[in-house]
Design a protein around this ligand. Structure first.
Ligand SMILES: [Zn+2]
Length: 311
């Protein structure tokens, strides 16, 4: 069976509020103690080994460090999701970027995980400097890109009603239409890129928040959409990398201040049931692993690409 991967971006409540422009983020409210056990339960039920992209600032606090230990004890890979979950990371200077990555690595290791070899940026963007720093630090893969043409809709996940209007270059990097939807090796650094898979040919998102929006309209629609997306993956030889978030199992009451976010009206039990169904369907068609192992399994087969980057 062909491989597929499931990864979880362990974005905390404060990180959503920060991206949304809500000053309440500064007190760093957290829902990790609720979300992490629930997610690990769902993964355990489906006997899945996944990858959890951890934010360094959370790994430095008690509940985040506990989350890292629980994730490692359950056999999952821990990867780097930056230190401060800064949406403007792609605007950082090279030295700021490196400091951000190193601080996150150190926090993750101090919390009890092996030194990460995978990275996903908080804004679905990559820059040449980022790739060079990752390669120099011994990373094997980047998983930041989200190859969708639906810019405004994709941005909606991170910045739906933020008033600043400054979200326009949140997804900076390279042209989304041209961005590959299948893994490849970056020319130059040799780093593997594992994109967050979007629906082949249509290039619309598959991940949790999108499915939950459809589920709110009609549960049958959400399931039909996911089945169709997987069918297109099978037809086009795409090995999907599915992205999950804590909000995929949390109710609105468990994420105070996130009423702006899609799918928050769905009760948590209903969300967990949908996630369980998604994972079971994925497992029926693919050998589901974490992103690091997904990269390892494809490694010998990947083509090198000279994808043009700006910024
Ligand atoms: Zn994130």
């Amino acid at each position: 069976m062909r491989p597929a991967s499931v990864s979880l971006d362990l974005d905390n409540l404060w990180a959503y509020l920060k991206t949304h422009g809500d000053p309440g983020w500064e007190s760093r409210p957290s829902f990790l103690a609720t979300a992490v056990p629930r997610l690990l339960d769902v993964f355990g039920e489906h006997r899945l080994t996944t990858t959890v992209f951890v934010v360094g600032a959370d790994a430095e606090r008690d509940d985040g460090a506990q989350a890292v230990r629980d994730v490692v004890a359950a056999g999952h890979e821990v990867a780097n999701h930056s230190w401060g979950h800064e949406p403007w990371l792609h605007r950082y200077s090279r030295s700021e970027l490196e400091a951000e990555l190193v601080r996150a690595e150190d926090a993750i290791v101090a919390a009890g995980a092996p030194r990460p070899v995978g990275f996903r940026g908080p804004g679905y963007s990559v820059t040449p400097a980022l790739l060079e720093i990752l390669a120099a630090r011994g990373y094997r893969y980047d998983a930041s890109t989200l190859p969708t043409w639906i810019g405004p809709l994709a941005r909606a996940y991170h910045n739906r009603t933020a008033a600043r209007g400054a979200a326009d270059d949140l997804f900076g990097g390279f042209g989304k239409v041209l961005a590959p939807n299948t893994p490849f090796r970056w020319h130059g650094t040799g780093l593997v890129e594992l994109p967050v898979t979007t629906v082949p040919l249509l290039r619309v998102p598959i991940h949790g928040a999108y499915l939950l929006q459809l589920h709110q309209i009609s549960p049958r629609l959400a399931r039909g959409y996911f089945r169709a997306a997987l069918r297109l993956c099978l037809l086009t030889g795409t090995t999907p990398s599915l992205l999950l978030h804590p909000t995929d199992v949390l109710s609105g009451a468990e994420a105070p201040g996130m009423e702006f976010f899609p799918g928050m009206a769905v009760p948590s039990a209903e969300k967990a049931a949908l996630l369980g169904w998604v994972l079971s369907v994925l497992r029926r068609h693919f050998d589901v692993v974490g992103t690091g192992e997904h990269v390892d399994r494809l490694s010998g087969l990947l083509r090198e690409r000279r994808t043009e980057l700006c910024g």
